[in-house]
Design a protein around this ligand. Sequence first.
Ligand code: SF4
Length: 501
Amino acid sequence: MTLELILRDLPWEGDFDYEAECILRLFFPGEKIAILHQPQTPEGDWVSVELTPQGEGVAISLGVQLNSGEIQARDMVLPSQAAVGGMEWEAERRLCLLLFDALCQLTGTRPPWGILTGVRPVRLCRKLLGELGSLSAVREALIQQYQVLPQKAELALSTLQAQKEILAGNTRSSYSLYVGIPFCPTRCLYCSFVSHAIDKAGKLVPDYLELLCRELEEIAAVASRLGLELRTVYIGGGTPTTLEPNQLTRLLGQIETSFPLSGISEYTVEAGRPDSISREKLKVLRDFGISRISINPQALDDVVLRAIGRAHTAQETLEAVALAREMGFDNINMDLIAGLPEQTPGSFAHSLEQVMALNAENITIHTLTVKRSSDLRASMGADAYDSGAYSLADLLAQSQEKLRGAGYLPYYLYRQQGTRQNQENTGFSRPGKEGLYNIYSMEDAHTILAAGAGAVTKLCGAPDKMRRGFNYKYPYEYISGFGEILNRKRQITEFYKEETP
Ligand code: SF4
């Protein structure tokens, strides 16, 4: 199916293409959407949008023809109605609402986050709280003005409250360090990260590691010159524990030598795949003072694990956690994914029960997101977005109830395009065990200096001022273009110079 989105005579050139397309994608994930700036109405399924200045306001006209059904809708935005954010912003919101309502009627479905299509609903809540002054007013705005379902509004607001104290201790000069290890034991079917199976890319590891250590030295020197204060370190990927013990020692030794670690609040290593964990590797992590690890089974069901391309069993996860506990790790995150191939509600519930029985301090519940670059998308095409017969909203609501009943609270929340049934990803934790890096990074609370292939540095300055810097995506590019990677570190100094009054 190709859906044609026709935008006519917009007073703010190009501004509505993205928002209108995002709303369409809520209802038609994976479908082709053609954006046309033309006067004629085409054959087939189409959406047409027209915004016309009228007096001091803007008239919005919307037409949708879909599967032989047709809806026409109109709205008018006046300056007095556009107090928060201005005319353009209000016109965009009202257009999105018209489009959302029309598509709900024509498709018979209702996306749970309403017209919120961004990655970070909690940031919007924080902004609204600043403008409206109370949580109840924010709740009301989410439900009325954005059509968010009440249970999702509650989830976002609980997360906002959990982050309040953590973010309060943040300063303009604090930062976190991210280190990317883009290698994994095998590649998961749904993976969209830059990560290579170690049996194919293993020969790159020695060179990659040496250059990564040089990049870390450079980052440490820049951060020290600028007087930045390191808060957390996060080694992710990929699966960092794919590295051999001597390689982990090299990397962690470099970080220990280059960075002041004594005052940091959190030091995380993703030991994501149970089949990458050994006693020897965990000992290296303990010796270097890693305070938090992630062991991410995604499911504790061997049928599901096979279906997603994982080469480990549920039993291996249980053994890896037992080993980590025996070796003294007292802050373990475990990720689960709802909506995986071959998964049933019963199988997901059983996975959650087992993870809770392991007493994981953090439990992150993802919903399967189908990315264009994943093997899942390549093998199933647009069918990959079809999440089957059961309601993921119900499954997530039941999970949340169980987690809250056992003392876990939501502290971190994000959404992605292409997530099955438009659900979300939520990190839950025992109070005091929140994953700090996750919050700092997701909320753009402070600068993230990032090293490694595919790593993205985020420079955060004055409120809402943020600049991104990208490393080369793939390990072989990172190795061959390493000179440029070091050159780009100059951006950090330039950014902070601009920031200094
Ligand atoms: S463990 Fe993570 S990074 Fe590695 S292949 Fe699977 S989804 Fe991708």
